[in-house]
Design a protein around this ligand. Structure first.
Ligand code: NAD
Length: 298
C-alpha cells in the first residue's frame, strides 16, 4: 500500500519507519528538515511537500502536535494551502494526533464532502510503544473505515479499540491522558516524599510498583532519574512526551468537562500544575519532569 505520512516527530518518525519496515511504500513529510533527514537515513522516502506526499497514496496519516496544526494542514489557514483538495477521492485519512474531538469532526465532515474517508486514531504507549510498534489506538469513525485502516494500524500498534463515531477516539484519549497526568503527579509526590525522608528511590519505587500504589509510571516511566534506564528521567527528561503536550491534553480535558458540566477537580489541578511547570521553563522537557516541582533545588 502507498501511504503518505505527515509529521515525523517523536511519535510519527518511528511509526512511519515501522510502516516502511513492514513493506509499505511510505512517502513522508515534516516541516522540520532534521527529522526528515533522520528518517531518510533509515531508507524512508521524503517528499518535497505534504501535497507531493499524498500523490498516489491510498492512505494519509498525520501525527501533528495540536488541533490548529491538523486544521491548518487539511483545511488551510494563514496562507497555508489546504491539503484536502490534493487528496484523491476514495483515500482514507488516519489522524493520530491528539486534538479536540470537534476539530476531528470538522475535518472529517470536509473530507466526507470530498469523498474521502476519515478516522481519528490517537495513540497511547509513548515513544517506546511507537518504536516497538505496540501502541494502543483509540479509533473514532465508521466500522468500514476502521476495517480499511486496521491492516495499517496493526503495523504500528498492538491494541486497536473502536471508541465510537468520529471524535470518540479523541474523547477516550483525553480521559486516559487526564488520568496519566494526575498519576504522574501523584507518583512524583510519593517518590519525592520518600527520598526526602531518606529512602532509596529505586527501592521505594519497587515497593510501590508491587503494592497497591502500582501504576504505569512505576512500571515503565519512573519520574526519578536512574530508576528506569530508558525513561526520559534518566536522559535529562529529553525525548518522550513534552510537558507542553500534556498541558494541551489537560486543557482539552477541561474543555470537554466544561461542555458536559463534568466534575474533574484533580484534572483541573493537574492542568494548573503543568502550566506552572511550563511557565518555569520546562515546557519542552518530558512531562515526568513535573517531579522537579516537589524536589529541593540542588
Ligand atoms: P512532536 O512535536 O515531536 O512532533 C510533531 C511534528 O509535527 C514535528 O516534527 C513538527 O515539525 C511536525 N509538524 C507540525 N506541523 C506540520 C505540518 N503542517 N506539516 C508537516 N509537519 C508538521 O510531537 P509528538 O511527541 O510526536 O506528538 C505528536 C502527537 O501525538 C501530539 O498530538 C501528542 O499529543 C500525541 N502523543 C504523543 C505521545 C508522546 O509520548 N510523545 C504519546 C501519545 C500521543
Amino acid at each position: 500500500m502507498q501511504i503518505a505520512f505527515i509529521g515525523l516527530g517523536h511519535m510519527g518518525g518511528p511509526m512511519a519507519l515501522n510502516l516502511h519496515k513492514a513493506g509499505h511504500v511510505v512517502h513522508a513529510f515534516d516541516l522540520n528538515e532534521d527529522v526528515c533527514d533522520a528518517l531518510q537515513a533509515e531508507g524512508v522516502t521524503i517528499a518535497a511537500s505534504a501535497i507531493n506526499a499524498v500523490q498516489g497514496a491510498q492512505v494519509v496519516i498525520s501525527m501533528l502536535p495540536a488541533s490548529a496544526h491538523v486544521e491548518a494542514l487539511y483545511l488551510g489557514r494563514h496562507g497555508q494551502d489546504a491539503l484536502l483538495p490534493a487528496i484523491a477521492r476514495g483515500t482514507l485519512i488516519i489522524d493520530s494526533s491528539t486534538i479536540a474531538a470537534a476539530t476531528s469532526q470538522k475535518v472529517a465532515q470536509a473530507a466526507q464532502n470530498a469523498g474521502i474517508g476519515f478516522i481519528d486514531a490517537p495513540v497511547s504507549g509513548g515513544v517506546g510503544g511507537a518504536v516497538a510498534g505496540t501502541l494502543t489506538f483509540m479509533v473514532g469513525g465508521s466500522d468500514a473505515d476502521l476495517e480499511r485502516a486496521r491492516p495499517v494500524l496493526e503495523k504500528m500498534g498492538a491494541n486497536i479499540f473502536h471508541a465510537g463515531a468520529v471524535g470518540a477516539g479523541q474523547t477516550a484519549k483525553i480521559c486516559n491522558n487526564m488520568l496519566l497526568g494526575i498519576l504522574m503527579i501523584g507518583t512524583s509526590e510519593a517518590i519525592a516524599l520518600g527520598v526526602a525522608n531518606g529512602l532509596d528511590p529505586k527501592v521505594l519505587s519497587e515497593i510501590m510498583r508491587r503494592s497497591s500504589g502500582g501504576n504505569w509510571a512505576l512500571e515503565k516511566y519512573n519520574p526519578f532519574p536512574g530508576v528506569h534506564e530508558n525513561a526520559p528521567a534518566s536522559k535529562g527528561y529529553a525525548g518522550g512526551f513534552g510537558t507542553d503536550l500534556m498541558l494541551k491534553d489537560l486543557g482539552l480535558a477541561q474543555e470537554a468537562a466544561t461542555a458536559a458540566r463534568s466534575a474533574t477537580p484533580l484534572g483541573g489541578l493537574a492542568r494548573a500544575l503543568y502550566a506552572a511547570h511550563s511557565l518555569a521553563g520546562h515546557g519542552p522537557e518530558d512531562f515526568s519532569s513535573i517531579i522537579k516541582l516537589m524536589q529541593k533545588k540542588a
